[in-house]
Design a protein around this ligand. Sequence first.
Ligand code: C2E
Ligand code: CA
Ligand code: CA
Length: 520
Amino acid sequence: MFKRYFSLGRKILFSSLLLGAVVALLAGSVQMMIFHHKRAQQFDIIIHDLQKYLDNYFGELLNTVDKLQPLTMSRCSDVSSELTSRAAFSLNVRAFLLVENGHAKCSSATGEMNVPMKQLVPQVDVSKALDLTILPGTPMMPQRPAFALWVRSPLLENRGVFTSINASLMPWILYSSRQNQFSGIALIANGTAISTYSPKPQPASLLKDTPIRTAKINGLPLTVNVYGNTWASENTQFSLLMGVMCGLLSGLLCYYVLTVRLRPGKEITSAIKRNQFYVVYQPVVGAESMQIRGVEVLMRWKHPTAGEIPPDAFINFAEAQQLIVPLTRHLFELIAKDAPALQNLLPPGAKLGINIAPAHLMAESFKQDLRDLSSMLPANYFQLVLEITERDMLNQRQAVTLFEWLHHEGYEIAIDDFGTGHSALIYLQRYSFDYLKIDRGFVNAIGTETVTSPVLDAVLTLARKMSLVTVAEGVETQEQANWLRQHGVNFLQGYWISRPLTLEKLVEAHGKPENYFTTT
Ligand code: C2E
Ligand code: CA
Ligand code: CA
């Protein structure tokens, strides 16, 4: 597992880079989409407003023209003053002309006249019911473009009203056309356009761009076009910047969070806080009676992402990170919590084997931690057995005094994994142990043609001579159990008897004392 932690740096970097890139891409595209949407919305609003404005304007004008139609039947001198006042009160109207039989008879500007329409405005077709075109100018204002609107009388086909209207009529339009992303506006009637591109009317076919929005005006052959850039380069730049910033930020954040959360050591402390550690109990039985005499407490770590992490890995790791003391204190708390249930399950004097890491053994707080544990357990019920490995006893003098203290306080000591160290036999002479736990390497070898059985034989003889109680670990077969019994081993522990079990499973499997391991 901890190899994993060492390559973690690279993993974290890679994940952060990946996340950064993904976020950059996402943020950039989202920003672009927002820009695009906003622009589309703006164009929609502008074209809608323009259309509404022109619809209203021409609607009102057509209304006025309708009211003027009856005047075509009167003499000009009788109606010219009304005509003039109508023109004065109609916004942007240059002149109204009353037309009869193709001739302009009366003008709001100049009064009575008689000029053929073909001569006056050849672009307008008076045979149509309605016609609209754009003129470069009118006789009074030859330089200023104008709309020329012809509306035939609905009752008398030979009469009608002609209107000339300022084509620079909409300063409002010109204003909107200057909004940031708009490049221009064009009004097109009868194939002629006036636009913000050219001060003079020009053929609509000469308009270069394709409009970004276009709308028709109600009841008139008039189209309004809005031109604009679909995409502004500063939007791309901004989106890019946004993407890069978000990517960088999230990458850094990811890097920070991952390094802080997975920083060695932090994991263990936070796992304690989050209750990711739990304990399992492996029964230890008397070799003859096969009845449970105690349990060994083994710690487990259920990591939310890495799954079950084996104790060999995290114990060493916790030691290296100076976290074994808090970890063992946590273990003690877990045991204390289970103690009432264990008391129901195990006979009085049952042994609780607890593995003690060397770093904790030598820690100043060790004695107090042990006292705390004892005080949390039911009084005078369990016999605590501290399982210590050979490598823990390097500081000889310290170990000897500690063992004396432990014995004095009523704790028992087991030498764990016996036979895996180098100077195992010397240790037996030097220290006062209560139990010798034979490593499962020896037990495994029983029955195979190796030289280990004679060694085990010798160890057992020695243990007997020194009146040490022996526990065989890792008993997996009946054959091993038989051999161990025959050779006088006192206690057995291993999968053949029981796997380490959670308290719940232990209660389930061995709830009734008389049922203990009476299978043989
Ligand atoms: P250990 O003290 O030698 O514990 C016995 C180990 O052998 C346990 O492994 C147990 O599950 C396993 N085992 C039991 N019976 C059999 C069997 O029949 N066959 C085989 N192949 N294995 C068997 P586990 O629980 O993985 O623990 C590994 C080591 O981690 C322990 O070895 C012990 O040194 C350490 N450890 C476990 N819990 C703690 C703890 O709470 N504190 C400390 N300091 N160390 C612990
Ligand atoms: Ca052990
Ligand atoms: Ca062991």
